[in-house]
Structure formats: C-alpha cells, structure tokens
Design a binder for this molecule. Structure first.
Ligand SMILES: Cc1ncc(COP(=O)(O)O)c(C=O)c1O
Length: 422
C-alpha cells in the first residue's frame, strides 16, 4: 500500500464545482486499523522470491511450479467445449457449497481405489488444498491454540495458521519423516488442537514418513483424540519405491486429508478437496459458505470431465516420467557441482529436494550471491515457523528444463565454492 495520503477528489459535486475546494479530506488508509489477524501475517518469502525469479536470464528453483509444458492444454480445451455442450448454463451457475456431486463422487471413487474408504459425504471440494488448510484452521483454531507441525513444514500452512494466530509445537524430521517418538511428551505438555503433516514427498524436504511411523502417529492421535491433518498434494507423483499406505487409510476418521489437482492437472484450476469424517463435513460446509460460497463451478466440471474421459491416470504417468528424469538430473548435477559439505535429500517423488549447508552457513546471505549469478532457491527459514533452519534451502526440480537444471546447479556450485567458508 502506498504511503502517501490520497485526496477524495474523484467526484465533482452536483453543481459541477471542484469538490477539492470545500470537501477535500486527507485520507490515510494506513490508519484504517487492520485486524490483529492480518497484522500478524508476513509476506510469503516465496512470493518475494518470485520477483527475482521473473527477471530476465534468471534460472529459478524457487517456486513450487508444475512444469507448464505438462499442462494438457489441448484436452482441457476440448473439455471446456464439451461441458458447455453437456451442462449448458449449469456449468456457469452457482452450485453447492460441498461441490458438484459428480466430481465429489469421482474423487470418492478414486480414493476408494487407493484404499481410502470414502463416499460422497466425506468429500468437500475446495479452491485448492490451501483453502482446505485455512478452512480447517477456521473450524478448529482459536487464537493461542497449539498446532503440532513437522519441522520444517509447508510455508502456506504456516501462513494459514498464523492468520488464526496459532502457536506451534514442533517435531523434527529425519529420513523417515516426523520423529513420532517425541510426539507424546509434546502432546502432554502442549495440549495441541491439531497435528499437521505432509506425510508423503514433503514440501519442503521431499521426505516420506515410514509405514511404521504412520501407524505410531495414528495410534497416538487416537489415544489423545487429536485430529491429524495430512496435506497430500504429492503422493501420486511417485517415481520409484513402493506406494506407501496413506495415513487416511490407516487412521480413518482421526485423519482429515487434503487433496488437490494442482500438481496432477493444473494449479490455475484451483480445485482440491477435503476428505474428512462425515460428522464434521456439515461444519466445513458452513465454513466454505462463509469463505466463497463454493469452488469455481466451471473448473469443477472441467476436472470432472477430464476424469470421466479417463485421461488423468495416463497424464499422471507422463508427469511422473518427466519429473523423475528431472530429479535424477538435478541430483547428478549436485553431485558434480556442489561442494561435498552440502548434504541433500533424494526424494522418491514430488517436486522438491532439500539441502543443508554446513553448520553456521547462512542460506539467505548466499542467496544474495546466487541472485547475482542469476539463480534462485527458497531459504529454509521460510519453512520454520520460528525462523530456524538458517543453513538450509529448498530446490524445486519440476519447473526448469533440463538445460537450465544443469546450468542453474552449476551456477549455485560456483556461488558455494566462492562464498562458503573453506
Ligand atoms: C504441502 C502443500 N499443501 C498445499 C499446497 C497448496 O496447493 P493448492 O494449489 O492445491 O492450493 C501446496 C502447494 O505447493 C503444498 O505444497
């Protein structure tokens, strides 16, 4: 918002005289007194980073963007025509807050195929998983309530939870995901309202929670009757390794899972879903009404039509092949160009890998040098609600092309060689 006060001079009075003479008032929007909720929000570091990423010649590993060349534009174009032909004005009309029935049914059917027992009554269509997160916070978080998160965790969840002025208790990750043996003590001390996890190919770390830990997590959550929110945009983007049983399949009603078509189809459609216990769905329905009445009717029909034509599964295979090759190339390039003192994860799916610089190194300082070299990443601090993780950063491997992956990692290697303490 601009700092300069503005003057209400846009209207002439009835006689056509200049209102500035008699009516001019100094207006200072800065004094409007925003809520404490909004005042507590910080700008997303990732959005800030996108400013650099858009500069000419910059290779960005910062955003979590799907590869734009993978959007199935021709099929989506056909979809637009076919739904107008089939549903006519209905595709443009207000629709139900829970979402259009055929899409909810199709999502429930896919969930069942993946081992999650679901019916249409468990599914509410959201405007992306991000809205699902915010709706859950609206439903369950009063200011000062505690949420248990992984450490690090997804930055968009921190934003949504900060808005509701949540407090946090953290459980660190290791290569098997959340260290659930630390959980029970924390629950006893902090009495959390929710446990939030991204259990599979986590954003930002790429780490997947092991099956054993999933069972343990569910067991503890049931013992204390604390809902687990499993934010799951990535589990279908598996490149290698066996599929892992989802928390929702293991835990049933103790788990609220969030899904999205953002990474499977296109994020601009803004279609995701909540899969929750039947008894809480009417609550979410009311929250959804307050938020935006319902998700975009037209894009709900688009996704439904795409699913109905049986196109999604083949498309997901194509994405997996594309991202898997990019992940391999990024790892190979890191091995070749990064100093050996930098460690990194080797995710079996998803969009991200996570790097750790030697203790004491500052990823933010190094980022400034990286920007000079025209390459960007996201600093790890963005994913730590307490600003920790100064020596960590996240790399996205889905959006750059092969040539840029190699060149960008080479540039970062030069930055680290030059500026990391020897
Ligand atoms: C863990 C996680 N949750 C939610 C989202 C938001 O997804 P959507 O586009 O469906 O709102 C993202 C996007 O990157 C994510 O990584």
């Amino acid at each position: 918002m601009e700092n300069t006060p503005v003057t209400t001079n846009s209207m002439k009075n009835k006689q056509g005289s200049d209102p500035n003479q008699e009516n001019s008032k100094q207006v200072d929007p800065k004094q409007w007194g925003i809520t404490e909720h909004v005042a507590s929000l910080k700008a997303s570091i990732i959005r800030e980073m996108l400013k650099y990423s858009r500069m000419k010649g910059v290779i960005s590993f910062a955003g979590g963007l799907p590869a734009p060349e993978m959007f199935p534009l021709d099929e989506l174009k056909k979809t637009c025509v076919s739904i107008i032909d089939e549903f006519g004005s209905g595709s443009m009309q207000y629709s139900q807050s829970m979402g259009i029935a055929p899409l909810r049914e199709a999502i429930a059917k896919r969930s069942n195929q993946r081992g999650i027992v679901s019916s249409i009554d468990n599914i509410l269509i959201t405007s992306g998983a991000q809205q699902g997160l915010e709706m859950i916070a609206r439903a369950f978080i009063d200011p000062g309530d505690t949420i248990i998160t992984e450490y690090p965790t997804y930055v968009g969840a921190i934003q949504a939870f900060n808005y509701h002025r949540a407090k946090y208790a953290y459980v660190p990750l290791d290569e098997n995901g959340m260290q659930v043996d630390l959980l029970e003590e924390l629950i006893k001390k902090q009495h959390p309202k929710l446990i939030y996890v991204v259990s599979t190919y986590q954003n930002p770390s790429g780490i997947t929670m092991s099956l054993e830990r999933r069972h343990k997590l569910v067991e503890i959550a049931i013992k204390y009757n604390i809902p687990i929110v499993d934010d799951d945009p990535y589990s279908e983007l598996r490149f290698n390794g066996d599929p892992i049983t989802s928390l929702k399949e293991i835990g049933g009603d103790i788990v609220i899972s969030l899904g999205t078509f953002s990474k499977l189809l296109a994020p601009g459609l803004r279609i995701g879903w909540i899969n929750g216990p039947k008894v809480v769905m009417p609550l979410f329905e009311r929250v959804k009404q307050v938020s935006d009445l319902h998700a975009n009717t037209f894009t709900q029909y688009m996704v439904y039509d795409y699913l109905k034509r049986g196109l999604l599964e083949g498309h997901i295979d194509d994405i997996r092949a594309d991202y898997s090759a990019k992940r391999d190339l990024m790892i190979k390039s890191i091995e070749e160009y990064f100093p050996k003192s930098i460690t990194f994860t080797r995710p079996e799916g998803g969009l991200f890998l996570w790097c750790e610089l030697p203790e004491g190194a500052d990823a933010h300082e190094l980022l400034m040098h990286a920007i000079d070299e025209k390459v960007t990443y996201v600093i790890g601090q963005a994913f730590h609600p307490d600003d920790g993780g100064k020596n960590t950063f996240r790399l996205n491997f889905s959006s750059a092309n092969h040539e840029n992956i190699v060149e960008g990692i080479k540039r970062l290697g030069r930055v680290f060689d030059k500026h990391l303490p020897k």
